[in-house]
Design a protein around this ligand. Structure first.
Ligand SMILES: [Fe+2]
Length: 310
């Protein structure tokens, strides 16, 4: 994942996205795949001092002034250019020479979450992933109302879009101290290492709103994050001072990229279907193995019976 980039937060990057396959061993020991996260990016800025890091500082997918007047360039310069950058630099220092060196960011997060007994690398790793996800949760001219499958699912699981907005705003406003609020897709999981509820229930295969403290994100519970709002003070203080509810309202009404959320939902559903298929195939293979084993036992039993008759 080596990448070279310059430290200027305002220069225009040139990036190529390289798909990469990476397996992940869950706590149960079974291989898992996080499809939508398996990317390796190599970014080179056109000017400025060059430093090399194992994990790169991924820029927002728009210029730093593109979200004005709702989110200022100054906020992006500090939030992305200083806070996000610090998480990347700190994690690179932490993992160099360790077994985490070279792993994907998602693998580092899951391993460092350590069933809630978090390891020192978790906060920086989580914050890098969360911020990349947050930048891509917004777009210039965003906000409004989603459509298609996403809207149908929102209406099914929250009653109406308006009720969803109220619940999301409430979660973001009531997260005590620093943290995040999320819309996530909770799939049906039979065996999940870090999940709070690893058993199938009526709450599976649906959208959920959750909030998390500090750097925690729904990946740690094996949910598929669809939308995130950063409610650390550094996210809004320059523009809104202590008025967090005003920031949340602007985020929903003017900044959310429903296109990104819809795309993430489709990927999450496809990922879930693939994992269910894998589980089904494993189950059938085990059943066939057991059936074959019983056939051999019957044959041996018959042999024994014949020998006794003779
Ligand atoms: Fe932040």
């Amino acid at each position: 994942m080596a990448v070279a980039f310059a430290s200027s937060p305002t220069s225009s990057p040139t990036c190529t996205v390289l798909p990469r396959q990476a397996g992940l061993l869950g706590i149960s020991g079974s291989p898992r795949t996080l499809q939508w996260t398996k990317k390796e990016r190599r970014c080179r800025r056109k000017a400025g001092p060059t430093i090399t890091a194992k994990l790169d500082l991924k820029p927002p997918p728009y210029p730093l002034n593109a979200l004005e007047p709702h989110m200022s360039q100054e906020t992006l310069e500090y939030h992305w250019g200083k806070h996000h950058r610090a998480y990347v630099e700190n994690l690179n220092k932490q993992i160099v020479g360790t077994e985490l060196d070279g792993m994907s960011l998602e693998d580092i997060i899951i391993i460092s979450y350590n069933k809630g007994d978090i390891l020192p690398t978790f906060n920086n790793a989580g914050q890098i992933w969360n911020h990349e996800f947050f930048w891509e949760s917004m777009q210039p001219g965003g906000g409004g109302k989603p459509d298609g499958d996403l809207l149908e699912l929102i209406e099914r699981d929250f009653g109406s879009f308006e009720k969803f907005v109220e619940e999301f705003k409430s979660a973001a406003a009531t997260q005590f101290g620093s943290g995040w609020a999320w819309l996530a897709y909770k799939a049906n999981r039979l065996e999940v290492g870090n999940a709070v509820n690893p058993r199938p229930s009526n709450d599976d295969k649906r959208l959920v709103i959750v909030k998390s403290p500090n750097a925690v994100n729904p990946l740690a519970w094996d949910y598929s994050p669809l939308l995130a709002i950063d409610v650390w003070e550094h996210a809004y203080y320059l523009d809104f001072q202590n008025h967090r509810p005003d920031y949340i309202l602007l985020f929903i009404e003017k900044l959310v990229s429903w296109e990104a959320v819809s795309s993430r939902l489709e990927i999450a559903k496809a990922r879930d279907a693939e994992r269910e298929g894998e589980e089904e195939r494993k189950k059938r293979a085990e059943e066939e193995k057991m059936a074959d084993s019983k056939g051999v036992e019957m044959y041996l039993d018959n042999d024994t019976d014949n020998s006794e008759v003779e």
